[in-house]
Design a protein around this ligand. Structure first.
Ligand code: SF4
Length: 370
């Protein structure tokens, strides 16, 4: 579903609750936020929220379709808060049974023990009624979006598309979707994105930390939830990505180091940023020469404006390490990575602009506080 449609749906969530019950409305919010299948959301346990080793929220759910139980999905804090509030409400409504026997979204009728969940067919029916009651969904180009295409399972496709558009690697996206096979995951986003996705995969295979050490290929043993979070918990900054939590939460606008990324452990980059690194280095060198020959400024002002030797050295070293790594590839691999980097750069320039900061990845509902 296009972002404009999602925005309009989110804006009308309160009217949905007025038509039905809180649990049905909440199930739709969770579908939007997590991309799980309707059955997986409807049947969540009361104890479906945990925290990873960094204290970040993780949803525990059962993949009924594949019969894989206790799956983990990293989620945003606002989504975790929805769950925590609901857990409190369920405990008040059913104070006697132990929490392990309760469900997160208990149905309204014939449910004295709180162990019967809302029904996904009922959810679909109520959702259809709600969508039909809403005004037309007018897209940015003035056309009207077909309401028939708005149904609970479509939120799963939107979730996949949103991550694919943001450049989340296919292996991570497959994990987020809990697919065994990348081919299945690829059917969840638009075909025209596939070329870009493949390019993104290639360049992220050549990712480096600030010292120029390759990192992505080595991430094979971290916990699923941590690995996927690593891919989604980042914002684009000049020359690479930043994973500093407060900066990510602020959409890249709250860097405590004033974007001295090459001196920061939260920074990583990939081959597609090589031209940006080179032109930044050229800028620094030019700026240094200009300041040296400038006589109409006081010493302290010139000293403060002067690019630091340490930064220049670091950037030189980073460029050298990345370039050396690319040179270890065969000619055919090099040509492929260059083509991929070009595609990724083109997209970045078209959609993001350089070196502006991109919004944080995948929160569908940016109007909510982080
Ligand atoms: S210096 Fe760069 S990587 Fe470090 S917190 Fe700031 S923006 Fe993020």
């Amino acid at each position: 579903m296009p972002p404009e449609v999602m925005r309009q749906l989110c804006a009308h969530l309160d009217t949905f609750e007025a038509m039905t019950c809180h649990e049905i409305r909440l199930s739709v919010e969770l579908l939007m936020d997590t991309g799980r299948r309707p059955e997986e959301i409807c049947r969540l346990d009361l104890n479906c929220l945990t925290r990873d080793s960094q204290g970040k929220p993780v949803l525990l759910y059962d993949n009924w379709k594949e019969q894989r139980l206790r799956r983990q999905l990293p989620i945003h804090e606002p989504t975790a808060k929805l769950i925590i509030d609901q857990q409190r409400g369920v405990r008040e409504r059913f104070p006697d049974p132990p929490p392990s026997q309760l469900v997160l979204l208990p149905g309204q009728v014939l449910n004295l023990r709180g162990d019967r969940s809302i029904d996904s067919n009922h959810l679909s029916a109520m959702h259809r009624e709600w969508v039909e009651s809403l005004p037309d969904f007018v897209l940015d180009d003035g056309t009207v979006f077909d309401k028939e295409k708005i149904f609970p399972y479509a939120y799963r496709h939107s979730f996949a598309q949103r991550h694919a558009d943001a450049g989340v690697p296919i292996d991570v996206l497959a994990e987020l979707m809990d697919h065994d096979n990348y081919q299945t995951t690829k059917t969840y986003f638009r075909v025209k994105e596939v070329r870009l996705r493949e390019a993104v995969e290639r360049v992220t295979n050549m990712q480096f930390d600030r010292h120029g050490t390759r990192i992505w290929g080595a991430i094979t043993t971290v916990l699923d939830a941590e690995r996927t979070r690593r891919a989604v918990g980042a914002v684009v900054v000049p020359f690479g990505t930043c994973s500093e939590p407060s900066n990510v939460a602020a959409g890249g606008g709250a860097c405590p180091l004033r974007f001295r990324c090459v001196g920061c452990d939260h920074f990583s980059t990939d081959v597609s940023y090589l031209p940006d690194l080179r032109s930044y280095l050229d800028d620094l060198l030019r700026q240094r020469e200009r300041l040296r020959s400038m006589s109409e400024a006081e010493d302290w002002a010139r000293a403060e404006a002067m690019p630091s030797e340490a930064e220049i050295t670091r950037i030189r070293r980073l460029i050298q390490r990345v370039t050396e790594d690319v040179e270890t590839l065969t000619e055919a691999e090099r040509a492929e990575i260059n083509r991929a980097a070009q595609v990724v750069r083109q997209t970045r320039q078209n959609f993001l602009g350089m070196p502006r900061i991109r919004q944080p990845l995948p929160d569908l509902r940016p109007e909510r506080p982080a």
